[in-house]
Design a protein around this ligand. Sequence first.
Ligand code: UD1
Ligand code: UDP
Length: 359
Amino acid sequence: MIGIVLGTRPEIIKMSPVIRECERRGLDYYIIHTGQHYSYEMDRVFFEELDLPDPDYSLDVGSGTHAGQTAKIMTGVEDILAKEPPEIVLVQGDTNTVMAGALAASKLHVRVGHIEAGLRSFNRQMPEEINRVLTDHISDYLFAPTERSRENLLTEGISDRRICVTGNTVVDAVYQNLDISRRKVNVLKDLDLEPQEYFLVTAHRQENVDNRARLKEILKGLAGVQKEFSLPVVFPVHPRTEKRIKELGIGVDGLNLTKPFGFLEFLQLEAQAKLVLTDSGGVQEETCVLGVPCATMRYDTERPETLDVGSNILVGTDSGKILEGVRSATTSPRGWENPYGDGIAGKMIVMVCAAARPQ
Ligand code: UD1
Ligand code: UDP
């Protein structure tokens, strides 16, 4: 029995190849949805579009402070694991759901498999960095996407026997859904966009959007990009960011703000953009896989592989630097190699779990 714990948009998307593989192999598994994300466009839409089974358990924890949310997830997951103990619990990524799910499981002596283990920004100001480090150190199976992430784990003293380099399940998710997205959605036409003739933006990092000065600079930088290139800047706004923009009453002139898109729509928008500006982890990876240049509005990244291959540059959050970065990234060569594997990470992870001996 495998227990899959998830709760946010990127976890649903990146766990989908694992869920599909469990289904294909007819394995015994169940899904616990913590409810960290709950708005239709941050949650349900992905179950519908990716044709995923409904969660077996929904904790409905909702939003809250870090400690409050973590505590609610831990007690909710603990109750379920105590009633229906699985052989292994799988978590993916670096959210509060991941850390709380892993901690609850490990305290009950249920083995934990961490998918996307070993990523490090080396910036402890990010809540995600704390979650990653803690989760890695209490996990029994560390599914590292690249050799570089494996090295990070070894450096921290984690035994090589617990690490398996699988590639990132984001590649599986892109490969499994790109064709479907081409057939099923026509979002460019709906938004009156031409391929290669628009920019796509996402921004939701706490350290960016909860900081008034930074958020203002980012929006100013984006407006500058729109003006200089005279191209639409499409910005599906994460609920955290929407709340901050409203609270601060900041102007968003020149930007095409929308609700968050479903994955099929967003994949199309990414694949055909001139360039993507983001502070998202998953979007840095997806653009790299899709061959689309990315400018990351941060000062560090736990995805250095994207910098190494040249798909991504760090432009920070200063408006002038954002514009400068976009100028240079739009003219630099494409055609890099995807460092995140060949789209079989989900299969490898499930194979390892299925082969694991009972404790
Ligand atoms: C969380 C993760 C972050 C991840 C992101 C993916 C942590 C610490 N953060 O950040 O690592 O990159 O998810 O998108 O786990 N809200 C809604 N509807 C929702 C969800 C949130 O309106 O479905 C609003 C609420 O006002 C909430 C705010 O967004 O307070 C932030 O949500 P939260 O889950 O706390 O953090 P994210 O910024 O989404
Ligand atoms: N995404 C989406 N619709 C959007 C914006 C993003 O489906 O409007 C997807 C994107 O393709 C990627 C994931 O959401 O797979 C990234 O999630 P997010 O940026 O919220 O979190 P992070 O990856 O930073 O943890």
